[in-house]
Design a protein around this ligand. Structure first.
Ligand SMILES: NC(=O)c1ccc[n+]([C@@H]2O[C@H](COP(=O)([O-])OP(=O)(O)OC[C@H]3O[C@@H](n4cnc5c(N)ncnc54)[C@H](O)[C@@H]3O)[C@@H](O)[C@H]2O)c1
Length: 360
């Protein structure tokens, strides 16, 4: 069964959604963006796709589902409107601006009975998929520490645009990139309950905007008269109820040689540990066999690593809508990550470790 999907927000990621949905066999049936030309441009790329004048008109149309790729401050309004209109929702990360907004989205999902899947697309990258197979097979023993990093040397997205305006984004790389690796770390290690978080965020490169050493950037060059009031780097240590710890490091900008601190995940277990680069094509597993230190490096062919993760994301969304399979990245997973983000910001502000309470 194929179905029709509408695209809410036709910027950078909205275009990736439309392309990936079409590649997965879905019909891209409608678009909407506050900038009408963006909706029209994207609709023009898909046969029979209509650009709508408002979100309400799109939601009254015959699309079965929507993919939402708008600035973070309107995630919850768009998701709730779509679910209340009876549409399945694939919602970009972060789930929302706060845990309270996540709870409102979860209530809308529950009253609609529709699918809500989060855009944690990194779960579908080949390296984490391979690592999870080894972990789920029990090959790592007890996992007691996980470290996740996503570094950019000069990669502040649309500096001066909505990404760097806290009222529209909710924060910098912690809420932008940190959500991906925090979700990945929790997903890989069994989704244990975080109980305490200690974090520190810094803002060293984005302001003043005119002094930023621009190389290239997601969503366009710096807007010199724009706002930058978010962090550009974050570190955190999270303690889990089962004794596991998680270490996080994310930057939008830092003075780092590119090859020294690769973006990736390290998992330490009593029987084995591993490291993989997020966009790499191998997992390096360190273990012991027959009383000897042994290294294992499963490798896999991946022609286009990013598009492989997008195909997986859409295959899972289609499975959830069509076959009623639980969505791979659920609304609860989105809320769990949001509660970590919120605690890390709170800890940074307070200058001390804070407690988490994950119960809705
Ligand atoms: N999964 C990923 O790897 C990934 C990558 C990038 C961005 N994202 C997420 O996707 C979302 C969009 O990011 P982007 O990079 O595409 O940004 P973008 O600025 O390129 O696109 C956002 C679009 O939303 C539109 N818009 C602005 N305000 C709106 C409003 N109030 N209502 C409706 N539409 C509005 C804009 O006109 C624009 O076309 C963000 O939540 C971001 O975190 C996810």
């Amino acid at each position: 069964m194929s179905f029709k999907i509408g695209i809410i927000g036709c910027g950078t990621i909205g275009n990736v959604h439309a392309k990936s949905a079409a590649a997965a066999g879905l019909t891209v049936g409608g678009t909407w963006d506050v900038l009408p030309e963006r909706g029209r441009d994207l609709a023009g790329l898909h046969e029979g796709c209509e650009s709508h004048p408002s979100i309400d008109v799109l939601l009254q149309s015959d699309v079965d589902a929507v993919a939402i790729g708008v600035p973070n401050n309107v995630h919850s309004d768009c998701a709730i409107a779509a679910l209340d209109a009876g549409k399945h929702v694939l919602l970009e990360k972060p789930m929302a601006m706060s845990v309270a907004e996540c709870d409102e989205i979860l209530s809308a999902r529950d009253r609609s009975g529709k699918v809500l899947q989060l855009g944690f697309v990194c779960r579908g990258l080949p390296a984490p998929v391979a690592a999870k197979r080894f972990i789920d097979a029990g090959r790592f023993g007890e996992i007691y520490h996980v470290k996740c990093s996503l570094y950019r040397r000069r990669g502040i997205p649309s500096l001066g645009g909505w990404f760097t305006d806290k009222s529209l984004s909710g924060g910098g790389p912690l809420i932008d990139l940190g959500v991906h690796v925090l979700d990945l770390a929790m997903h890989l290690t069994g989704n244990h309950e975080p109980v305490k978080a200690s974090g520190h965020v810094v803002s060293k490169f984005g302001s003043p905007i005119k002094d930023y050493c621009f190389t290239d950037m997601w969503a366009g060059p710096p807007k010199l008269d724009g706002i930058f009031d978010v962090e550009d780097g974050a570190v955190a240590l999270v303690r889990f109820a089962n004794g596991m710890t998680l270490e996080l490091n994310v930057t939008w900008a830092a003075n780092l040689p590119e090859d020294v601190l690769p973006s990736g995940v390290t998992v330490m277990g009593t029987k084995a540990g591993c490291f993989f680069e997020l966009f790499g094509n191998e997992v390096r597993i360190a273990t012991e066999e027959e009383g000897m230190i042994t290294d294992v490096s499963p490798q896999f062919a991946a022609d286009d690593i990013k598009s492989e993760s997008w195909s997986r994301q859409y295959a899972q969304f289609i499975g959830a809508v069509r076959d009623g399979v639980a969505p791979h990245a659920s609304g609860e997973a989105g809320r769990n990550v949001q509660s970590l983000i919120e605690a890390i910001y709170e800890s940074s502000e307070a200058g001390r470790e804070v407690e988490l309470n994950r119960a809705p």
